[in-house]
Design a protein around this ligand. Structure first.
Ligand code: PEP
Ligand code: MN
Length: 338
């Protein structure tokens, strides 16, 4: 249930509603917009339905929420959310969020050299995995903490924000020490213990869609994070598993405007994992931006044939630069900026 307050509702009236809800075992989340202030409740909703909230002072309207998610919904927050990743790096505004870097962190020199190239081309967030979710236990698993150290020092040196995957709830504090943003990988989208853990951390989260997850399940996973008090979530469509074998995954472009209608959270796309083929990355990136995506996550490597993971879908820096020139034009056409 969501309560929309009157414009002139006072702090005392808001507190009164919060206290009533708390007495029934519900937690209140307040969203203060320019147009209106809204309270969303988490907890046993049936108890709340027993009190006539619509006659409480300051209340304009009580909206039952039919969707199973609340805090991520547009009903709760009609305006687009802005997620601040680092000073001057924001997702969800007019400017697109461009994340770029190798699939895995392989060493300091390679990361710094990629970082410098992608930054000049317009990326503001450096990506790179230190903990890698590999299908085979015999494949490269990532450099672990050493990789995190490299990411932080290169991010600082290049003047970029950083994002990296956290796979284990026990590593959340460790990753938080080094990175500006957590990535929850596709395979962990429904690792609810991990979602709760990053929900309690005070760092933004890039939540990738599971390869077999519906949009509703994806939004429910985001709800897990918001319900713990962390509203800084950016959603990432990275392709789903379909019957098609031509590409690694099928990037669900439909999901971009569909999610943006249902949720206030920023949505970006990852055409690298979404296609699995470097030659398809730029066209799908263009399509995603045209469809309203708030940004891109792109894998870049200077020697893709030698990459320890995902070389086939990685762009050379010069291809990334060319893609960015294309994206600038598409962005302009849909009233966005890079
Ligand atoms: C990645 O970003 O390198 C990655 C493993 O992505 P996903 O979880 O989408 O497969
Ligand atoms: Mn990858």
């Amino acid at each position: 249930m969501i309560v929309v307050l009157k414009k002139e509702a006072t702090e005392a009236e808001i507190r009164h509603i919060e206290q009533k809800a708390a007495a029934l075992g519900l937690k209140s989340h307040i969203s203060r917009g320019e147009e209106r202030t809204v309270i969303g409740f988490i907890g046993p909703e049936d108890k709340l339905q027993m009190i006539p909230l619509e006659i409480f002072p300051g209340v304009e309207q009580v909206i039952p929420v039919l969707a199973p998610y609340r805090l991520v919904s547009r009903e709760f927050r009609p305006q687009d959310s802005l997620v601040r990743i680092k000073e001057g790096v924001v997702a969800g505004g007019k400017k697109l969020l461009i994340i770029a870097g190798p699939c895995s962190i392989e060493g300091p020199e390679m990361l710094l050299s990629i970082a410098r190239r992608v930054k000049v081309a317009g990326a503001t967030v450096l990506r790179g995995g230190a903990f890698k979710p590999r299908t085979s236990p015999y494949d490269f698993q990532g450099l672990g903490e050493e990789g995190l150290r490299i990411l932080k020092s290169v991010g600082d040196e290049a003047g970029m924000a950083t994002v990296t995957e956290v796979m284990d709830p026990r590593d959340v504090a460790l990753v938080a020490r080094y990175a500006d943003m957590f990535q929850i990988g596709a395979r962990n989208m429904q690792n609810f213990t991990l979602l709760k853990e990053v929900g309690q951390a005070r760092k933004p989260v890039l939540l990738k869609r599971g390869p077999c997850a519906t949009v509703k399940e994806w939004l429910m996973s985001a709800e897990y994070i918001l319900s713990q008090g962390n509203f800084d979530v950016v959603l990432c469509e990275r392709g789903i598993r379909t019957f098609e074998t031509e590409t690694r995954n099928t990037l669900d472009i439909n999901a971009v405007p569909a999610v943006k209608m249902r949720s206030h959270l920023p949505v970006i796309i990852d055409p690298s994992h979404g296609t699995g083929r470097w030659g398809l990355v730029t066209p799908i990136a263009r399509a995603g931006v045209a469809a309203g995506a708030d940004g891109l996550a792109i894998e870049v490597h200077e020697a893709p044939e030698e990459a320890v993971s995902d070389g086939a879908q990685s762009l050379l820096p010069r291809k990334f630069e060319a893609m960015m020139a294309d994206i600038r034009r598409v962005a302009l056409a849909v009233n966005r900026e890079v």
